[in-house]
Design a binder for this molecule. Structure first.
Ligand SMILES: *[C@@H]1O[C@H](CO)[C@@H](O)[C@H](O)[C@H]1NC(C)=O
Ligand SMILES: *[C@@H]1O[C@H](CO)[C@@H](O)[C@H](O)[C@H]1NC(C)=O
Ligand SMILES: *[C@@H]1O[C@H](CO)[C@@H](O)[C@H](O)[C@H]1NC(C)=O
Ligand SMILES: *[C@@H]1O[C@H](CO)[C@@H](O)[C@H](O)[C@H]1NC(C)=O
Length: 499
């Protein structure tokens, strides 16, 4: 019996060690990350506190080779960019590597130099290969996922995309990338070989794609048009998928549930492609997504829409297998007029003192989500039965408590604000209900039922069976305390008798 226990313990330990060394993503089930953006007068180290105030847990950083060449590869440690982000609670960073800091699309001609020298070292004459080797050696303890370039599939005329079903994406079509699909696969190959040789546990992904047909091409072409051996196709040089999703382009509807349906549809289209090639990426992330908090010329936006999208996004992404969403962007740009200028989590802070940036009301939803759900995981084993149709509920649990995220589906309404509220009844003695601003309401029962009014904005609900607050803080409950002590006692007795 004793030996069996030890064996079991050892094998669990062993499995954990093996998993963490073979490139398994070990980040939390879900992370909100950010594209911090650049504002003159603000250094990255000034932004840590702002990201922390918005409860941002990860970050997608831009890593241009010429920038590191200019300032030294350690610059982002030396100047506290990472320090300030980590102090604010961030981990599992994602970086997108490009070559030229002034031109994201630039590709150096030296990529066709050999990657490796005869002595097994990376060939410095291949500038991109050398840069990747320096980046990964320097940042491997913080960065787990490397995107190669940004939106290489960006096109000015989306009609050309359909040609990619059968033809290779051409240099002329790829307006944001200086090369064709073969050039891109060459960059993936360099990155894969070099990065994995230094940190086998990191992940390499395409840079924030918008079109499943571009991924299809990555998976089926090699580094030049004469490659026919499938073991040299792009499929062999990535093990993660990164996409971008701006919901206003994904649907003409203007409510948060339609936005999330469009999110799911896009992810499913990408999955169809990976399935077609029997390719099973280890990690799926979205490195840009955003919603404008106000309308402007040619686009719709609202505070409720942004807030509700970001309250529902973690659940919907987890269901579709995405573990990080990086929000675009930290601050508004007052001088801009397009939707992207109004997607900030903060109002424009460009001209403000470092401690005067103002978090938008809609961003409080991120803080409240983090407070209640970051330390819990989506728990499909727990559900609430018998709710009226249109009411959506997801349970999140950790070992001590369960929180229900509950909202009314807004899909069939024009906007989130228009969505008709629904009254529900739940079996409990009390309910502790938090709104998106984390304002709490304690609801008492009558006939062992609590009544709640639900609308399109998710609420955080704890059901209390042992007095008010016992659902959220079970240690306050006398009965659970007793149970917990009993377990400790049993473990202790077990220990004494079996050792
Ligand atoms: C990723 O997150 C997990 C869980 O929070 C943490 O243990 C791990 O150290 C993180 N990894 C990195 C590289 O930040
Ligand atoms: C560190 O370098 C990066 C790149 O220039 C810059 O974005 C950041 O503001 C710098 N941070 C500090 C504290 O100098
Ligand atoms: C194309 O790539 C393959 C695989 O790396 C290589 O063997 C071949 O020499 C390349 N052909 C040309 C024309 O560059
Ligand atoms: C909302 O309703 C639509 C239409 O019935 C459905 O497809 C969608 O899955 C629902 N949303 C959620 C989050 O359940």
């Amino acid at each position: 019996m004793k030996n069996l226990k030890i064996l079991l313990l050892l094998s669990i330990l062993f499995i954990n060690i093996v998993l963490s060394e073979s490139g398994t993503y070990n980040g939390p089930q879900y992370l909100n990350g950010i594209n911090a953006g650049y504002k003159s007068g603000w250094s990255n180290s000034d932004l840590g506190p702002l990201m922390g105030e918005a409860s941002i847990r990860s970050q997608r950083m831009k890593f241009p080779c010429t920038f590191f060449k200019q300032w030294g590869y350690k610059i982002l440690y030396d100047n506290d960019s990472f320090g300030s982000s980590k102090r604010a609670g961030q981990s599992n960073f994602t970086a997108f590597i490009t070559f030229d800091q002034n031109d994201d699309s630039a590709v150096p001609s030296s990529i066709y130099q050999p990657i490796w020298l005869d002595n097994g070292k990376v060939n410095q004459a291949n500038e991109f290969a050398y840069c990747v080797s320096q980046i990964v050696s320097t940042y491997k303890s913080d960065i787990k996922i490397y995107e190669i370039y940004n939106e290489p599939d960006w096109v000015s005329d989306w009609n050309v995309v359909s040609t990619w079903a059968t033809n290779p994406p051409s240099n002329a079509q790829l307006a944001r990338f200086q090369g064709d699909i073969f050039t891109y696969v060459r960059l993936l190959r360099i990155s894969w070989e070099v990065a994995k040789s230094i940190d086998p546990t990191c992940f390499i992904t395409v840079g924030g794609l918008g079109y499943p047909l571009f991924l299809d091409a990555v998976l089926r072409y090699g580094e030049n048009s004469s490659v026919t051996n499938p073991s040299l196709f792009g499929k062999n040089y990535i093990d993660a998928i990164s996409t971008h999703f701006y919901p206003m382009y994904g649907t003409s509807k203007t409510n948060s549930d339609a936005y999330l349906l469009a999110y799911t549809d896009l992810q499913n289209s990408f999955r169809k492609v990976t399935n077609k090639y029997n390719f099973n990426p280890s990690v799926w992330i979205v490195t840009e997504t955003g919603v404008a908090t106000k309308s402007g010329t040619g686009y719709y936006g609202s505070s409720a829409l942004a807030r509700n999208y970001f309250l529902k996004l973690p659940t919907i992404s987890t269901l579709v297998g995405v573990c990080q969403n990086h929000i675009f962007i930290l601050g508004d740009t007052n001088s801009g007029t397009d939707a992207f200028s109004n997607m900030g989590l903060f109002y424009d802070y460009q001209t403000l003192a470092k401690d005067k940036a103002v978090l938008k009301d809609s961003s409080k939803s991120l803080v409240t989500w983090d407070h209640h759900l970051f330390d819990k995981t989506l728990d499909s084993s727990k559900s609430l039965k018998g709710l009226p149709s249109g009411v959506i509920v997801y349970a999140y649990s950790n070992p001590s408590s369960t929180c229900y995220l509950i909202w009314v589906n807004s899909t069939n309404f024009k906007t989130d604000e228009d969505t008709t509220p629904i009254e529900i009844e739940l079996d409990a003695d009390f309910a502790s209900v938090y709104n998106y601003q984390n304002i709490k309401q304690t609801i008492s029962s009558s006939n062992n039922k609590v009544k709640l009014t639900i609308d399109s904005t998710p609420q955080f609900v704890y059901l209390d069976y042992q007095g008010p607050d016992s659902g959220e803080n079970p240690s306050n409950s006398p009965i659970i305390n007793f149970g917990f002590n009993l377990i400790i006692l049993i473990i202790f007795i077990n220990f004494i008798f079996f050792i």
